[in-house]
Write a new protein. Structure first.
Length: 260
């Protein structure tokens, strides 16, 4: 919607920094946090029980057997959707007795918009969802932690492992697997926008809500305004990591759009 001119927010945050290259073409952005892919499951359903019994080493077996109703998001619309595909492709290589998990597990009727995915999960209409860790943590879902080799969370596997997966979007853009990296930029500069950006990208709420903080964050790409660097560097040095309730977000900022 932003690249089509339907929305004009002051600050834009995305769940995949590749979107800042195309279609958003941001002159600069920060990378401020990470995440991991997990399998959230409902322990009160039969399929959820099977997943819990299979555990972190055999979670894919009840999925392949068709014993689990799975939900996921659309890879053509949502970074989580294509990251689910990357995870399954990597899992097919990682586990000795697993092959072609994408073909064996995935079906078109498993796809939901994120809000519908959550409601389907919470009502027990599906047994499990391929989700982000923060989605499970902040909603107190039961979930299976996946190995770093397949969960897209560990920088050491980015170049020679995660990046060997890819997905082509309907517009022809090819997305390669990589570390899950959340990015943010300011499109309309003002003191209020810089203040909100500082809280948004350095706040302690990130870890509390299940995001993963890495030593390399906060990092920047492009021609970053000096005023932004000064404010965020000061926050990082003092380790303020302020959460939302500790500072009031300015009402003069028109919008913060998070594309996930």
């Amino acid at each position: 919607m932003i690249d089509e001119g339907q929305r004009d927010p002051d600050i834009v945050s995305v769940a995949d920094v590749a979107l800042f290259e195309e279609p958003l073409s941001a002159p600069w952005y920060s990378v401020f946090t990470s995440n991991s892919v997990v399998i959230a499951y409902n322990p009160d359903t039969a399929g959820g029980e099977r997943l819990a019994d299979a555990g972190t080493k055999r979670w894919y077996e009840p999925m392949v057997d068709g014993d689990v109703n799975i939900g996921r998001t659309d890879p053509d619309q949502d970074p989580l959707g294509y990251r689910a595909l990357f995870m399954l492709e990597l899992a097919s290589r990682y586990y000795d007795d697993a092959s072609n998990l994408r073909e064996q597990i995935l079906q078109q009727d498993q796809i939901y918009p994120e809000t519908s995915l959550i409601s389907q999960f919470e009502t027990g209409s599906i047994d499990a969802a391929i989700a982000y860790r923060n989605m499970a943590v902040e909603r107190d879902y039961e979930y299976i932690e996946l190995p770093d080799q397949i969960n897209l969370s560990n920088p050491q596997y980015t170049e020679n492992w995660y990046s060997t997966t890819s997905y082509t979007l309907p517009n022809g853009q090819e997305i390669h697997g990589g570390l899950i990296s959340y990015g943010s930029t300011i499109r309309h500069m003002s003191d209020a926008a810089v203040s909100v950006f500082d809280i948004h990208t350095t706040g302690s709420y990130l870890e509390e809500h299940g995001f993963l903080l890495r030593d390399q964050f906060l990092s920047y790409t492009g021609d970053v305004p000096q005023s932004v660097r000064q404010v965020t560097d000061q926050s990082s040095e003092t380790q303020s990591r302020l959460g939302g309730p500790d500072k009031e977000l300015s009402s003069t900022v028109s919008d913060i759009t998070v594309l996930v």
